[in-house]
Write a protein that binds this ligand. Structure first.
Ligand code: FE
Length: 342
């Protein structure tokens, strides 16, 4: 059997022009559509190829563009796997009909039930908690849960990114699931009233806002801070001692968790290879890369976490069914619009 030894990478634009030459079915190959944007994922792919001899042809793009592309390609799509972050997007892919249900005893046994789609169309492989960070000098009584972010005593102190971002949408979707739609709307209004500035930037920018003094309380996924522990992140690492953090709702539902995951494409020409790849992502080795390479929490709880992740500390995560949460996204967007969360 002939195998190419390198992992090939196509940008989205380039990939469109070469799509006709991309092998659909080809023994020993796998066509991966990915929106994960972490360079450390290279090791995931090269180790899979080393272990199985299966070459990965990678097409990278924004998640929604990849989903739209798979829809347009239809039955002729060369896509075998869609890999992305955030439950809402995985659910969007399922709704668009670009994924298929698969059977895998390995995935059933390794991946916790609450991190799997109810129809086995997608599986979560790593998690991140969306938690509260604060300026230790200015905040002596940080919020201990999400609900308290709306407390008027934090007026002018809270920073968060825009409502168009999936992390925002999934967080509010979880609040809806845990507390009901009315309470969620009141909460969102309260958070908007407490904003220190108009929503802007990414999660690292929320952490930078704490260092610069523009924000007193920020929300960010854990891996952005753990990354600033592991390596130098401009505007955060050098002054990270100023920043404290709280894993929210430890006496209630637990910290809001999001996941990174994927599924087998609806028309996967190399379906067996695709299932083998997902099973590899659930292996101890791949699970460790999610933690060591991108400071995430492995979906398989027995896998050792990296030093930077451990430094964040132990906590209880919300183990709510994420596929139920994702169904609230449209309602969440409506609430964001109503309360003026930009
Ligand atoms: Fe992110």
């Amino acid at each position: 059997m002939y195998h190419r030894s390198t992992v090939s990478t196509f940008g989205l634009v380039a990939a469109i022009s070469v799509a006709s030459s991309l092998p659909a079915f080809a023994e020993g190959e796998l066509n991966l559509y990915s929106s994960r944007h972490y360079d450390t994922d290279e090791r995931l792919y090269s180790d899979f190829t080393d272990a199985t001899g299966i070459t990965i042809n990678r097409i990278e793009g924004k998640a929604d563009e990849l989903i739209t592309r798979m829809e347009a390609e239809g039955a002729n799509s060369p896509a075998d796997i869609l890999l992305t972050v955030d439950t809402s997007r995985l659910e969007r892919a399922k709704d668009a009909g670009v994924l298929q249900s698969i059977e895998s005893n390995v995935l059933e046994e390794r991946i916790p039930a609450n991190l799997q789609d109810s129809d086995n169309q997608w599986f979560g492989f790593s998690q991140r908690a969306r938690i509260i960070f604060y300026d230790k000098a200015d905040v002596t009584d940080p919020p201990t849960d999400y609900v308290s972010l709306a407390d008027p005593k934090y007026k002018g102190m809270v920073c968060h990114r825009s409502s168009s971002n999936v992390y925002s949408q999934t967080l509010l979707s979880a609040v809806i699931e845990n507390h009901g739609e009315e309470a969620a709307k009141t909460w969102a209004q309260g958070v908007v009233d407490n904003f220190a500035r108009a929503p802007q930037g990414g999660d690292t920018d929320q952490l930078r806002g704490l260092v610069s003094g523009e924000c007193d309380i920020s929300i960010s996924n854990t891996y952005y801070f753990a990354r600033a522990i592991r390596k130098d992140v401009e505007g955060v690492s050098a002054e990270r001692d100023k920043i404290g953090w709280v894993f929210p709702a430890q006496d209630a539902e637990g910290a809001h968790m999001n996941l990174s995951g994927g599924g087998v494409a609806a028309n996967a020409p190399n379906k067996e290879n695709a299932i083998a790849f997902l099973e590899y992502l659930a292996s101890d080795q791949a699970q460790q890369y999610f933690s060591a390479g991108n400071d995430e929490y492995p979906a398989v709880a027995t896998v050792e976490k990296s030093a930077s992740v451990k430094e964040m500390g132990e906590f209880t995560g919300d183990d709510i069914d994420l596929s139920a949460v994702a169904k609230n996204v449209a309602t969440a967007q409506q609430i964001f619009n109503e309360v003026g969360w930009e």
